[in-house]
Design a protein around this ligand. Sequence first.
Ligand code: SAM
Ligand code: SF4
Length: 336
Amino acid sequence: MTSAPLIDPFARPITYLRVSVTDRCDFRCVYCMSENMTFLPKRELLTLEELDRMCTAFIGLGVEKLRITGGEPLVRRGIMTFFESMGRHLESGALKELTLTTNGSQLRRFAADLAACGVQRVNISLDTLDDRKFSDITRWGRLAQVLDGIDAAQDAGLRVKINTVALKGFNEDELFSLVEWCEGRGMDLTFIEVMPMGDLGNEDRLDQYWPLSDLRGRLAERFTLQDLAESSGGPARYVRLIETGQKIGFITPLTHNFCESCNRVRMTCTGELYMCLGQEDRADLRAPLRTNPEDDGPLLDAIREAIGRKPKGHDFDYSRQRVDGQVSRHMSHTGG
Ligand code: SAM
Ligand code: SF4
């Protein structure tokens, strides 16, 4: 029975795995990490070989799309070895897509290699086109390096989608410049509502929250928005701007319920499987993997048991002006 596909208790097929390969990052975005992060000791992390075994097990169970994330996936030492080895599943046809979410800082170095491994698209996170604001929001990042990384990705033939976290009082005034900039470079653009992840000390989440319903309303003042039916099975909804033909996405985990079409699970860099981004329930997959180096049976059983516990939906809620359903872990732990 181990080869039967993964179906959760609500009849949702699980075909999409997001894997965090490191909790580390070369940035310290204010909504994601605190300035003084303590990172995990190396022994806690899955090795590159263990990551391969884990992903291969999921692919054997019907996962067709793999998104590599973090932390910043491209700061994990040796990570290209892992991408290269996942390439074999693309070649066999078992895997339909291998992709990643990155802050773009290392793309000048890795874009061509990623393309050679079969990666066709990347999501690059960018919240502002202003040098100073970029340094403020990422604390450690440099805008020029990321823009150069985006050039490198496009030069390598990778399709780029920009992910922008909508932040009240921070990038509201850049809405149209970001849209125009993406259009000029042939890149899709997706806005993300800020989510209540982790305890970031002095950052007040309600202060940062810019509802995408409001952002969308502002876009509609200048453009004609056509709703697109397509869905990735996740929290993103898309519109086309009739005037430019551009596709704009909205990820609204807080104002919209997307759970009924959820097709995904997330694995941390320590091998914990989170069945829902907004819930604490998780399954340890590292133990069955490590204690049975020659036998995948216990790992496959643990994956099936975990999927059998996938909840119907999440509990985020800002509606009463307090952050309900807050989960204590950081986005960099589960991966975005
Ligand atoms: N370091 C990579 C990057 O920045 O793209 C990958 C990991 S990052 C955790 C993935 C995505 O999560 C990024 O687009 C980031 O902007 C987003 N993110 C991080 N913290 C968030 C939060 N509290 N609310 C909403 N999005 C968040
Ligand atoms: Fe790093 Fe990405 Fe988190 Fe920013 S959002 S701190 S780039 S992991």
